[in-house]
Design a protein around this ligand. Structure first.
Ligand code: ZN
Length: 318
């Protein structure tokens, strides 16, 4: 079996759809590459923010649930998602985020890299990591952030767990990850080194409070495989290892199987294919509400039940 190289996407929960889009698109400079609904609950939006084309490993998605209570950070969840940024970009981000009323933590060193941490408007933790070797992405030229500072896909995710062992065992024995060091209570695991989203960090927090799911929580993290065949191999081998893996689900832009790892975090294995260009052209990604064929008959009702969304004119950040 081919080892997993890294993340495909991360899915989180926001309260206000317009505020969510304004923050990720206009402040962080991620392109809204797809505007659809939660296929399991079509009265709520599902947004995909990524590079220009939705390259796997750059995709952060949100369910917008306006009536959900706020989540509480704790064990058994993904606590943070980190993006790569170019060397010397963090001083730009400190100023830019401050201008947008986003409070940042002091820059810290982690495994030799500078890390800037802040929260999105729902309280979800985002980290920007200065990286010497930046992964290939499709830079969004029309976005607000210039290339020398722009986010370059995921660097890592951080899981907060009671125990390191079982999840480390899953990553290394079942998914092709390698242990790559420890700093304090933080343990690092790497898929294919120097590729997009290749790092999973586990922060060991024995006996600490469990997370409470809600807005600002990360719902699940998805790892990428090249195609359906590879996904079926993982489905079978994880099943054999005792995980309860779901059947394959068609998410239009990729295919998914899900399972809960022993620390409580929901994992997904997602295919790189068919991708986000399957139902709209590159220059129009994210502009219209897209629905899978089986929901098209309900379009009028669905559109009535979700708030209208405005994509404001992008202003380049000076
Ligand atoms: Zn997913």
């Amino acid at each position: 079996m081919e080892p997993i190289k890294g993340l495909h996407h991360v899915t989180a929960v926001a309260r206000d759809p317009q505020r969510n889009v304004d923050f990720y698109r206009n402040v962080l400079g991620q392109r809204l590459v797809k505007r659809t609904v939660n296929f399991d609950s079509p009265d709520t939006y599902h947004f995909y923010f990524a590079d220009e084309t939705g390259t796997p490993g750059s995709v952060l998605t949100f369910f917008a649930w306006p009536t959900m209570r706020r989540g509480v950070h704790g064990n058994g969840e993904t606590n943070a998602v980190a993006y790569n940024v170019p060397k010397d970009a963090l001083s730009f981000w400190e100023v830019h985020l401050k201008k947008n009323d986003v409070k940042t933590d002091p820059i810290e060193k982690r495994f030799g890299q500078d890390v800037l941490t802040f929260s999105d408007p729902d309280g979800m933790r985002i980290e920007l990591v200065e990286s010497e070797s930046l992964p290939e992405i499709r830079f969004w030229e029309e976005g607000p952030i210039s290339r020398e500072y722009a986010l370059r896909g995921f660097h890592s995710v951080t899981l907060w767990l009671d125990e390191v062992g079982p999840t480390a065992e899953l990553l290394t024995a079942q998914m092709g990850y390698q242990a790559a060091g420890q700093e304090g209570m933080r343990y690092r695991y790497v898929g294919e080194p120097n590729t997009i989203g290749s790092i999973v960090d586990i922060v060991h927090r024995p006996g600490k409070m469990q997370a409470g799911f809600g807005t600002g929580s990360i719902h699940h993290i998805a790892f990428r495989v090249p195609d359906d065949g590879s996904q079926l191999e993982y489905q079978a081998s994880l099943d054999e290892a005792g995980f309860r893996v779901t059947p394959v689900m068609d998410r239009s832009y990729f295919h998914s199987v899900y399972f809960r790892e022993n620390g409580g975090v929901l994992f997904e294995i997602a295919t790189n294919t068919p991708g986000f260009l399957i139902d709209e052209p590159l220059n129009a990604l994210g502009e219209l509400l897209k629905l899978p064929e089986w929901l098209e008959p309900n379009r009028a009702e669905i559109e009535q039940n979700i708030a209208p969304l405005t994509l404001t004119t992008i202003e380049k950040v000076k």
